[in-house]
Ligand binder design. Structure first.
Ligand SMILES: Cc1cc2nc3c(=O)[nH]c(=O)nc-3n(C[C@H](O)[C@H](O)[C@H](O)COP(=O)(O)O)c2cc1C
Length: 205
């Protein structure tokens, strides 16, 4: 009997202690506040003359150093790939009926981020996944709606933009299907969307 009363008392005390404990601020933050990273304003001038960049464009599959790009270079790469280049919000790559139904994700050393063309990255996944997707400084992941018959054409425009930027900036890059399923089931894409292809980009040794 006395043992039962003691047991009930200790249960009550434990429950009271739990109720008085403050909620963990870091957990609450992770659930409610998406992590955003502002990018530097892209530099929309300079670089290699276009004809020279076309002449330099090529795939590089080895000799990546793995070092991170400078924030300015990251911003310029993403802007060249899929940034806004007109005041009405149109982009550096065309899409059928200007639907702009392509998403670019970038896997960095500190997680996977969604590119928002208002010069911001929004974190969508923790972890460093680059090694499973070709290495390099980063991996670009191109997502499209499965039902869009022009999706592949759209993505091709984007990866060519990225490839030309890389040629101009002396960065390595290659487009590949190998490793492109790495984030299936981990990356929360909109309903009916899929990763179409990925592109490794990076500083070279
Ligand atoms: C749609 C597409 C898919 C590709 N998939 C792969 C791949 O899975 N693995 C790979 O090593 N290279 C891949 N590549 C790169 C090609 O091998 C490369 O572009 C081709 O050899 C021509 O070389 P270049 O880009 O230097 O002109 C792919 C390229 C494209 C455009």
């Amino acid at each position: 009997m006395i043992r039962n009363i003691r047991h009930s008392l200790s249960m009550l005390l434990s429950l009271a202690a739990l109720a008085l404990m403050p909620a963990s601020p870091s957990l609450a933050q992770a659930a409610e506040t998406p992590v955003r990273m502002e990018l530097p304003t892209p530099s929309k001038s300079g670089g290699m003359p276009l004809m020279q960049a076309l002449n330099e464009r090529h795939s590089t599959k080895t000799k990546y150093s793995g070092a991170a790009l400078a924030p300015q270079q990251l911003s310029d790469l993403l802007w060249a790939t899929w940034g806004k280049n007109r005041v009405d919000g149109r982009r550096t790559a065309p899409t059928a009926m200007n639907k702009q139904d392509v998403r670019v994700y970038v896997a960095l050393e500190n997680g996977v981020w969604l590119y928002d063309a208002d010069n911001t990255l929004i974190k969508v996944l923790d972890g460093d996944w680059r090694g499973e997707m070709g290495g390099g400084s980063l991996t670009l992941l191109y997502a499209i709606p499965q039902a869009n018959e022009w999706g592949g054409a759209h993505v091709g425009s984007l990866y060519q933009n990225a490839g030309l930027y890389c040629a101009s900036a002396g960065l390595g890059n290659f487009v590949h299907v190998s490793g492109m399923r790495t984030l299936d089931g981990k990356l929360a894409l909109p309903e009916g969307w899929k990763i179409y292809i990925i592109q490794t980009v990076g500083l070279l040794k």
